[in-house]
Structure formats: structure tokens, C-alpha cells
Design a binder for this molecule. Structure first.
Ligand SMILES: [Zn+2]
Length: 72
């Protein structure tokens, strides 16, 4: 699966919304892999609701559904 924003054409960076006593954003690349821009963020996540959608880093549009094996 390759992500691309239909609205603004961005095909590089996307994010996942995580909800747990607030909200944080994880940057992923076009293949849905976590990038190294998330240093430090991952450690703090433990029990929280899994995000289901990718969002565009450029325009915040919902870009696509996250496959089960790519949900962090
Ligand atoms: Zn976009």
C-alpha cells in the first residue's frame, strides 16, 4: 500500500492520531512505516486506543485506513 493525499497530493509524510489522555502524532512515510522523526514519542505509549486512520501531514485530511499489522 502506498499512501497519497487526494486533496493536496502529498505522498511523503503522514501521521497517526493516538488518543490517550490527550493526543499525539506519529509521523509515517508513504509506506506507513514510522520515521525517525518520532524519537522519544514511542516510549510513552502503552495502553491507549489504537488509531485507525492515516492523516496527511500537509493538510490534515484523512488519507486512508491503517492495515491491522501497521497499527502501532
Ligand atoms: Zn494533504
Amino acid at each position: 500500500m502506498k499512501l497519497k493525499c487526494k486533496k493536496c497530493g502529498n505522498d511523503e509524510f503522514f501521521y497517526i492520531k493516538e488518543k490517550f489522555s490527550g493526543e499525539t502524532e506519529l509521523v509515517v512515510d508513504a509506506l506507513g512505516e514510522l520515521t525517525n522523526l518520532n524519537a522519544g514519542a514511542y516510549d510513552e505509549m502503552d495502553s491507549h486506543l489504537k488509531s485507525v486512520f492515516y492523516y496527511c501531514s500537509e493538510c490534515d485530511s484523512k488519507v486512508g485506513k491503517i492495515p491491522k499489522d501497521k497499527r502501532y
